[in-house]
Design a protein around this ligand. Structure first.
Ligand code: PGA
Length: 253
């Protein structure tokens, strides 16, 4: 059975104390997860170790970093390597979020390297893709995201691909309150799965969770997650609120 994931992306929000309190509130809700359901918290680097100890005893709750360097190690002041993340017990890493692509000039080629660093260090990449508004308006979004996948993921082996998590996040829906319709999300997710199937085979494409991101909230999560190819969400704003995010976790069921 394909994994269903509710992933929180805190971005550059919350102090350490606020983050700890939020985790306590969410974990305190004691929401039991089925074996195929997971909750992932993508927290800022300095909170990873605290967050790891918070989720350690909880079945199917995990932490993630929001980024890693494309380089293995060396003179890259301010960067954090996948090897460092692995050494502190981080199992997931968000790769290629649209904010990284836009503000930090992360190209598809750089992201391919980051994906490689993750796999070398036994970290599962949560690989983000998604089109800007102009591409959606020109109705060329399918080709656009296909190129993102091709240039960053198609060098992988089928075994590696089978461990990926993909997040489809239309840029026009991120932080805007404007969610893709359930039909738009399902259509794109089915397209992404067909692209993955053509490259890696049906069996591999069938096990890759494809999360939807972009203004997911308690009010729309149930409907979005009910689509056959929408396997959960990558949640920004609503993940900073315990009531909202616990409702989103419950929407996995
Ligand atoms: P949002 O962000 O839920 O605030 O739209 C989603 C994301 O950027 O991952």
């Amino acid at each position: 059975m394909r994994k269903k994931i509710a992933a929180a992306n805190w971005k550059m929000n919350l102090t350490f104390q606020q983050g700890e309190k939020l985790l306590d509130e969410i974990l305190g809700a004691g929401i039991p997860l089925a074996p195929h359901q997971e909750v992932v918290f993508a927290v800022p680097f300095p909170y990873l170790i605290m967050s790891r100890s918070e989720v350690e005893e909880e079945m199917n709750y995990f932490i993630s970093s929001q980024n890693c360097s494309q380089h293995k190690s060396g003179a890259y002041t301010g960067e954090v390597s996948a090897e460092m993340l692995h050494s502190v017990g981080v199992p997931y890493c968000v790769i290629g979020h649209s904010e990284r692509r836009e503000y930090f000039a992360e190209s598809n080629a750089i992201l391919a390297e980051k994906v490689n660093r993750c796999f070398e260090n036994d970290i599962i990449p949560i690989f983000c893709c998604g089109e800007p508004l102009a591409i959606r308006e020109a109705d060329t979004q399918n080709a656009f995201v296909e190129t993102q996948l091709k240039e960053s993921l198609f060098h992988l082996s089928a075994e590696q691909a089978a461990r990926l998590v993909i997040a489809y996040e239309p840029i026009w829906a991120i932080g805007t309150g404007k969610t893709a319709s359930t039909a738009q999300a399902q259509e794109m997710h089915a397209h992404l799965r067909s692209v993955l199937a053509a490259k890696f085979g049906d069996a591999v494409a069938d096990v890759i969770p494809i999360l939807y991101g972009g203004s997911v909230k308690a009010a729309n999560a149930v409907e979005l997650f009910a689509s056959p190819d929408v396997d959960g969400g990558l949640v920004g704003g609503a993940s900073l609120n315990a009531v909202e995010f616990t409702a989103i976790i419950r929407a996995l069921a």
